[in-house]
Design a protein around this ligand. Structure first.
Ligand code: FAD
Ligand code: MLT
Ligand code: ZN
Length: 480
């Protein structure tokens, strides 16, 4: 009896042989790879592989591309848009980067670090710190997301105001292309205009144009002084004015400027162990402000004090809790960083990750809340985030006792239309920092202009003509 083995099966067998047992995860044991962080998607791949080197990644991609199999790269699987979850078609290889854990070089002269894609963000930060430097990218998921995933999503987080998004922290990349070729763009150059800036193609592309296997990251001098305060502010307009003043007063030492409404603080205090409101009075709006500098310590506390005094006089500041120790600083940050976890504990949130030009932020918040109140009066607004970047997480929770899914099955479209339509109308973005993945792909069709869509499709076709890499993500299909 002769049985024919299809090219796909042959390629899968070759991959299993090549990678070996240590690099293969049985599908039955693969729950944490198969379901996305928000449990919106469950993938059904043909195989889960964990290559241990760039060469192995390249071999897997080459075999897949040749046999018509798809490749879905996965980092820490903390993404919010289902980007790292394969479809249910059964012909994708889920490729985890978690074994690419090498720190190839730390250069204290050039202020760079060369790391492999699977290094967890918190580890990258620790390596920089151990060398008396700073890698400033910082997100609530930093204990599990990987630097490759951060670069693939162009992650934002809480230090963008001062240091930029992930994209701005990269000097060079090593990337496995769709046909398995390795592009060595691991250059540590601050100036390089030799043609197109090719690394930018892969940053924020969410694994649709290439698989990032290593990166040269920019480092900075480690801060010597840091001042952190949770400030009760009159409203978001007052917070924005305070930020502008803070930048002037501190010679641009504002590292973070995060907004929290009362509702978010209440959620955190209700659900997160040890979280306590530092004020005796309840306020409606808060800004978490951090100033930091690598220069001398003395001036920063004076600057913060002067800023708060001027803010009080102007009526922008109502009260402030200034951290007096590392422990207090940690506790203030925990109030901000635990908001996602607290929302989950309260039943989950219906998320909109939007940005507008910072000058339109206060108007956006007021009009957005009013529009949603009209569309779904019972929805509970939890709008917070990186106001220094014009980026609000315009989230809504279901009314108490109602399941998120059920409530937003009936109200979701109206709520999203109100928030996203307004953001777009104010010159904003409907995908600010969390990426597109599969979840937000339809939004691009709706909110991006036709020329941008055409360019994106042309880039995808040029770099990945067989649609091997992360199909069904980011780039919307052409409208028939
Ligand atoms: P994954 O989720 O594994 O993958 C994300 C996408 O990148 C997928 O499309 C995947 O295919 C692709 N990918 C992964 N690795 C590679 C690679 N090496 N090469 C090519 N493609 C790859 N995001 C923010 O921007 N700002 C925040 O403040 C923030 N806070 C968060 C807080 C919490 C509690 C959580 C759970 C998430 C938060 N996120 C935030 C979202 C998420 O953590 C980021 O998007 C993060 O950058 C994803 O990294 P990851 O390694 O988990 O990637
Ligand atoms: C944050 O800033 O906390 C996250 O990006 C938003 C979220 O987790 O919903
Ligand atoms: Zn965020």
């Amino acid at each position: 009896v002769t049985t024919t083995i299809s090219p796909k099966q042959q390629a899968l067998a070759a991959i299993a042989e090549l990678i070996g047992d240590a690099g293969i995860v049985a599908l039955d044991d693969g729950e944490r790879y198969l379901v996305d962080h928000r449990s919106l998607y469950r993938g059904r791949p043909a195989l889960i592989v964990r290559p241990a080197s760039t060469a192995e990644v390249a071999d897997v991609v080459k075999l897949c591309n040749g046999a018509g199999l798809k490749v879905v790269p996965q980092g820490g699987n903390t993404g919010y848009c289902g980007g790292a979850t394969p479809d249910t078609g059964g012909d994708a290889v889920l490729l985890s980067l978690e074994r690419l854990r090498g720190v190839r070089e730390v250069d204290p002269v050039g202020y760079t670090m060369t790391v492999e894609a699977g290094v967890v963000l918190a580890e990258v930060q620790r390596h920089a710190e151990a060398a008396d430097m700073l890698f400033p990218l910082s997100l609530g998921s930093e204990g599990s997301c990987q630097i490759g995933g951060n670069l693939a999503t162009n992650a934002g987080g809480t230090a963008v105001l001062r240091f930029g998004n992930a994209r701005e922290l990269v000097l060079g990349l090593e990337v496995v292309l769709a046909d398995g070729t390795v592009w060595n763009g691991l250059r540590a150059l601050r100036k390089d205009n030799a043609g197109y800036d090719l690394k930018q193609l892969f940053l924020g592309a969410e694994g649709t144009l290439g698989i990032i296997t290593a990166a040269v990251l920019k480092l900075f001098p480690k801060p010597r002084a840091r001042e952190t305060a949770l400030v009760a502010v009159a409203d978001v307009d007052a917070a924005c004015r305070l930020l502008a003043l803070a930048r002037r007063e501190s010679a641009d030492a504002v590292t973070s400027f995060e907004y929290l409404p009362r509702f978010a603080l209440d959620l955190v205090c209700r659900h997160i162990e040890g979280a306590v409101d530092p004020f005796t009075e309840r306020h409606r709006h808060y800004a978490l402000i951090e100033l930091s500098t690598a220069a001398s310590a003395a001036r920063l506390d004076e600057q913060l004090r002067s800023l708060l005094e001027q803010g009080l006089e102007a009526g922008w500041v109502i009260d402030a809790a200034v951290a007096q120790s590392e422990a207090q600083r940690g506790r203030l940050w925990r109030l901000r960083e635990s908001v996602p976890e607290a929302q989950r504990a309260e039943g989950g949130s219906f998320k909109h990750d939007v940005s507008v030009p910072p000058a339109r932020l206060a108007e956006f918040l007021t009009r957005g809340l009013a529009a949603v109140a009209a569309a779904a009066p019972e929805a509970r607004a939890c709008v917070y985030g990186h106001i220094g970047d014009g980026n609000l997480h315009f989230n809504f929770l279901a009314p108490p006792g109602q399941a998120l899914k059920d409530f937003f099955a009936s109200h979701g479209e109206r709520v999203s239309d109100a928030v996203l339509g307004l953001a777009a109308g104010l010159g904003g973005s409907v995908c600010a920092e969390h990426g597109v993945g599969q979840l937000k792909r339809p939004l691009l069709t709706r909110y991006l202009d036709p020329v941008s869509l055409r360019l994106m499709r042309q880039m995808k076709a040029a770099l990945d003509p067989n649609d091997t890499l992360n199909p069904g993500k980011v780039v919307p299909p052409p409208v028939p």
